[in-house]
Design a protein around this ligand. Structure first.
Ligand code: PEP
Length: 248
Protein backbone atom coordinates (compact mmCIF):
# COMPACT_ATOMS: atom_id res chain seq x y z
CA UNK A 1 0.00 0.00 0.00
CA UNK A 2 1.32 3.49 -0.86
CA UNK A 3 2.22 5.75 2.07
CA UNK A 4 -0.34 8.44 2.91
CA UNK A 5 0.83 12.03 3.38
CA UNK A 6 -1.98 13.99 5.04
CA UNK A 7 -2.02 17.75 5.56
CA UNK A 8 -3.89 19.17 8.54
CA UNK A 9 -4.54 22.82 7.78
CA UNK A 10 -6.13 23.34 11.21
CA UNK A 11 -7.89 26.73 11.67
CA UNK A 12 -5.70 28.59 9.20
CA UNK A 13 -6.44 30.73 6.18
CA UNK A 14 -9.33 32.63 4.64
CA UNK A 15 -11.09 31.40 1.49
CA UNK A 16 -8.57 33.13 -0.80
CA UNK A 17 -5.70 31.38 1.02
CA UNK A 18 -7.40 27.98 0.76
CA UNK A 19 -8.00 28.56 -2.94
CA UNK A 20 -4.38 29.54 -3.59
CA UNK A 21 -3.06 26.59 -1.60
CA UNK A 22 -5.32 24.06 -3.32
CA UNK A 23 -4.58 25.44 -6.79
CA UNK A 24 -0.86 25.43 -6.15
CA UNK A 25 -0.97 21.87 -4.80
CA UNK A 26 -3.00 20.66 -7.74
CA UNK A 27 -0.66 22.18 -10.31
CA UNK A 28 2.57 21.11 -8.57
CA UNK A 29 1.46 17.60 -7.65
CA UNK A 30 0.65 16.84 -11.28
CA UNK A 31 4.24 17.64 -12.16
CA UNK A 32 5.68 15.76 -9.18
CA UNK A 33 3.64 12.53 -9.37
CA UNK A 34 4.57 11.37 -5.87
CA UNK A 35 4.82 7.71 -4.94
CA UNK A 36 2.30 8.22 -2.17
CA UNK A 37 -1.32 9.21 -1.66
CA UNK A 38 -1.98 12.85 -0.77
CA UNK A 39 -4.75 14.14 1.47
CA UNK A 40 -5.53 17.66 2.65
CA UNK A 41 -7.86 18.46 5.55
CA UNK A 42 -8.96 22.11 5.34
CA UNK A 43 -11.15 23.92 7.87
CA UNK A 44 -14.81 22.82 7.41
CA UNK A 45 -15.84 26.08 5.75
CA UNK A 46 -13.23 25.67 3.01
CA UNK A 47 -13.98 22.01 2.27
CA UNK A 48 -16.43 22.71 -0.63
CA UNK A 49 -14.02 25.12 -2.30
CA UNK A 50 -11.00 22.86 -1.90
CA UNK A 51 -12.94 19.75 -2.96
CA UNK A 52 -14.07 21.55 -6.09
CA UNK A 53 -10.55 22.69 -7.00
CA UNK A 54 -9.02 19.28 -6.31
CA UNK A 55 -11.84 17.38 -8.01
CA UNK A 56 -10.39 15.31 -10.82
CA UNK A 57 -6.92 15.35 -9.23
CA UNK A 58 -5.45 12.51 -7.22
CA UNK A 59 -5.39 14.58 -4.01
CA UNK A 60 -8.01 13.49 -1.48
CA UNK A 61 -9.88 15.89 0.79
CA UNK A 62 -10.80 15.19 4.40
CA UNK A 63 -12.35 16.77 7.48
CA UNK A 64 -10.61 17.59 10.77
CA UNK A 65 -13.41 16.19 12.96
CA UNK A 66 -17.01 14.96 12.77
CA UNK A 67 -19.87 14.43 15.20
CA UNK A 68 -20.58 11.05 16.75
CA UNK A 69 -24.13 10.94 15.41
CA UNK A 70 -25.51 11.18 11.89
CA UNK A 71 -27.72 14.27 12.36
CA UNK A 72 -29.77 16.17 14.90
CA UNK A 73 -29.76 18.99 17.42
CA UNK A 74 -26.00 19.59 17.72
CA UNK A 75 -25.38 23.28 17.20
CA UNK A 76 -22.13 24.04 15.48
CA UNK A 77 -21.25 20.44 14.68
CA UNK A 78 -20.66 18.66 11.37
CA UNK A 79 -21.63 15.10 10.52
CA UNK A 80 -19.65 12.52 8.63
CA UNK A 81 -22.40 12.38 6.01
CA UNK A 82 -22.01 16.13 5.38
CA UNK A 83 -18.28 15.68 4.80
CA UNK A 84 -18.85 12.69 2.54
CA UNK A 85 -21.48 14.62 0.61
CA UNK A 86 -18.91 17.32 -0.17
CA UNK A 87 -16.40 14.80 -1.49
CA UNK A 88 -14.35 13.99 1.61
CA UNK A 89 -12.79 10.55 1.86
CA UNK A 90 -11.14 10.77 5.31
CA UNK A 91 -11.63 12.46 8.65
CA UNK A 92 -9.06 13.17 11.38
CA UNK A 93 -10.40 12.11 14.78
CA UNK A 94 -9.02 12.50 18.29
CA UNK A 95 -6.30 14.99 17.36
CA UNK A 96 -4.57 16.04 20.58
CA UNK A 97 -5.78 19.61 20.07
CA UNK A 98 -9.38 18.33 20.14
CA UNK A 99 -8.62 16.05 23.09
CA UNK A 100 -7.21 19.10 24.94
CA UNK A 101 -9.44 21.96 23.69
CA UNK A 102 -12.72 20.03 23.72
CA UNK A 103 -12.09 17.39 26.37
CA UNK A 104 -12.57 14.54 23.88
CA UNK A 105 -12.33 11.11 25.49
CA UNK A 106 -11.34 7.81 23.91
CA UNK A 107 -14.99 6.67 24.11
CA UNK A 108 -16.17 9.76 22.22
CA UNK A 109 -13.46 9.30 19.59
CA UNK A 110 -14.56 5.69 19.12
CA UNK A 111 -18.17 6.84 18.67
CA UNK A 112 -17.01 9.41 16.13
CA UNK A 113 -14.99 6.77 14.28
CA UNK A 114 -18.06 4.52 14.13
CA UNK A 115 -20.12 7.42 12.76
CA UNK A 116 -17.42 8.23 10.21
CA UNK A 117 -17.31 4.63 9.01
CA UNK A 118 -21.10 4.54 8.72
CA UNK A 119 -20.89 7.66 6.56
CA UNK A 120 -18.32 6.03 4.26
CA UNK A 121 -15.28 7.92 5.54
CA UNK A 122 -11.90 6.52 6.55
CA UNK A 123 -11.15 7.64 10.13
CA UNK A 124 -7.62 8.76 10.96
CA UNK A 125 -7.50 8.03 14.69
CA UNK A 126 -4.81 10.05 16.48
CA UNK A 127 -2.96 8.87 19.57
CA UNK A 128 0.09 10.21 21.39
CA UNK A 129 1.63 10.83 24.75
CA UNK A 130 2.39 14.13 26.51
CA UNK A 131 5.92 15.15 27.46
CA UNK A 132 5.23 14.19 31.07
CA UNK A 133 3.94 10.76 30.08
CA UNK A 134 7.05 10.14 27.99
CA UNK A 135 9.49 11.30 30.64
CA UNK A 136 7.82 9.06 33.22
CA UNK A 137 8.12 6.04 30.94
CA UNK A 138 4.40 5.72 30.22
CA UNK A 139 4.36 6.48 26.49
CA UNK A 140 3.64 2.95 25.25
CA UNK A 141 1.03 2.30 27.96
CA UNK A 142 -0.81 5.54 27.17
CA UNK A 143 -0.80 4.87 23.45
CA UNK A 144 -2.06 1.29 23.90
CA UNK A 145 -4.85 2.57 26.18
CA UNK A 146 -5.86 5.26 23.66
CA UNK A 147 -5.93 2.72 20.83
CA UNK A 148 -7.95 0.18 22.78
CA UNK A 149 -10.43 2.91 23.79
CA UNK A 150 -10.83 4.73 20.51
CA UNK A 151 -10.59 2.20 17.65
CA UNK A 152 -14.01 0.64 16.90
CA UNK A 153 -14.09 -3.01 17.94
CA UNK A 154 -13.64 -5.51 15.11
CA UNK A 155 -13.47 -2.89 12.37
CA UNK A 156 -12.08 -3.73 8.93
CA UNK A 157 -8.34 -3.05 8.83
CA UNK A 158 -8.39 -1.57 5.32
CA UNK A 159 -10.74 1.22 6.45
CA UNK A 160 -8.57 2.46 9.31
CA UNK A 161 -5.65 4.87 9.51
CA UNK A 162 -3.87 5.53 12.81
CA UNK A 163 -1.67 8.57 13.45
CA UNK A 164 0.99 8.57 16.16
CA UNK A 165 1.40 12.18 17.22
CA UNK A 166 3.44 12.80 20.36
CA UNK A 167 1.76 15.86 21.87
CA UNK A 168 5.08 17.50 22.71
CA UNK A 169 6.19 17.32 19.05
CA UNK A 170 3.13 19.01 17.52
CA UNK A 171 3.87 22.49 16.26
CA UNK A 172 6.96 22.78 18.46
CA UNK A 173 9.75 21.98 16.02
CA UNK A 174 10.74 19.04 18.24
CA UNK A 175 10.53 15.65 16.56
CA UNK A 176 10.61 12.19 18.06
CA UNK A 177 13.86 10.40 17.31
CA UNK A 178 13.65 7.84 14.50
CA UNK A 179 14.30 5.13 17.11
CA UNK A 180 11.40 6.30 19.30
CA UNK A 181 9.13 6.49 16.26
CA UNK A 182 10.02 2.92 15.27
CA UNK A 183 9.46 1.67 18.82
CA UNK A 184 6.02 3.28 19.09
CA UNK A 185 4.91 2.28 15.59
CA UNK A 186 5.94 -1.33 16.23
CA UNK A 187 3.91 -1.27 19.45
CA UNK A 188 0.90 0.25 17.65
CA UNK A 189 1.12 -2.55 15.07
CA UNK A 190 1.21 -5.15 17.86
CA UNK A 191 -1.83 -3.65 19.62
CA UNK A 192 -3.75 -3.35 16.35
CA UNK A 193 -3.31 -7.07 15.72
CA UNK A 194 -5.51 -7.69 18.75
CA UNK A 195 -8.03 -5.00 17.82
CA UNK A 196 -8.67 -5.41 14.12
CA UNK A 197 -7.38 -8.93 13.66
CA UNK A 198 -6.87 -10.16 10.13
CA UNK A 199 -5.21 -7.64 7.86
CA UNK A 200 -3.97 -5.48 10.73
CA UNK A 201 -0.62 -5.27 8.99
CA UNK A 202 -2.41 -3.26 6.29
CA UNK A 203 -3.41 -0.39 8.60
CA UNK A 204 -1.37 2.68 7.71
CA UNK A 205 0.25 4.18 10.78
CA UNK A 206 1.21 7.82 10.17
CA UNK A 207 3.77 9.75 12.16
CA UNK A 208 2.94 13.38 13.00
CA UNK A 209 4.86 16.03 14.90
CA UNK A 210 6.97 18.74 13.22
CA UNK A 211 7.51 16.72 10.04
CA UNK A 212 9.32 18.87 7.49
CA UNK A 213 11.28 18.30 4.27
CA UNK A 214 14.55 18.03 6.23
CA UNK A 215 13.45 15.15 8.48
CA UNK A 216 10.76 13.43 6.41
CA UNK A 217 12.91 10.84 4.63
CA UNK A 218 14.41 9.47 7.84
CA UNK A 219 11.05 9.35 9.65
CA UNK A 220 9.24 7.77 6.71
CA UNK A 221 11.92 5.08 6.44
CA UNK A 222 11.24 3.75 9.96
CA UNK A 223 9.63 0.41 10.65
CA UNK A 224 5.82 0.46 10.39
CA UNK A 225 5.66 4.13 9.34
CA UNK A 226 3.05 4.28 6.57
CA UNK A 227 3.02 8.02 6.00
CA UNK A 228 2.85 11.34 7.81
CA UNK A 229 0.29 13.70 9.28
CA UNK A 230 1.66 17.17 8.64
CA UNK A 231 0.50 20.40 10.27
CA UNK A 232 2.56 23.55 9.74
CA UNK A 233 4.48 22.34 6.69
CA UNK A 234 1.23 21.41 4.91
CA UNK A 235 0.45 25.14 4.56
CA UNK A 236 3.44 25.51 2.25
CA UNK A 237 2.79 23.56 -0.96
CA UNK A 238 6.46 23.11 -1.82
CA UNK A 239 7.27 21.78 1.65
CA UNK A 240 4.26 19.47 1.64
CA UNK A 241 5.21 18.07 -1.76
CA UNK A 242 8.87 17.76 -0.73
CA UNK A 243 7.71 15.63 2.22
CA UNK A 244 5.64 13.55 -0.21
CA UNK A 245 8.66 13.16 -2.45
CA UNK A 246 10.56 11.70 0.53
CA UNK A 247 8.33 8.62 0.62
CA UNK A 248 10.42 5.47 0.28
C1 PEP B 1 -0.56 18.09 13.56
O1 PEP B 1 -1.16 19.03 14.05
O2 PEP B 1 -1.18 17.07 13.26
C2 PEP B 1 0.87 18.26 13.37
C3 PEP B 1 1.59 17.18 13.24
O3 PEP B 1 1.38 19.53 13.37
P1 PEP B 1 2.90 19.97 13.05
O4 PEP B 1 3.32 19.23 11.81
O5 PEP B 1 2.82 21.44 12.82
O6 PEP B 1 3.70 19.59 14.23
Amino acid sequence: MKPLIAGNWKMNGLAADARALAEDLKASSQAAGPACELLVCPPFLHVPLVAEILGGSSIHVGGQDCHATASGAHTGDTSGAMLRDLGCSHVILGHSERRADHGESDALIRAKAEAALAAGLVPIVCVGETAGERSSGQALTVIARQLKGSVPVGMAAERLVVAYEPVWAIGTGDTATPGDVAEVHNEIRRVLAGLVGEGSDQVRILYGGSVKPENAAELLAQSNVGGALVGGASLKPQDFLAIAASCP
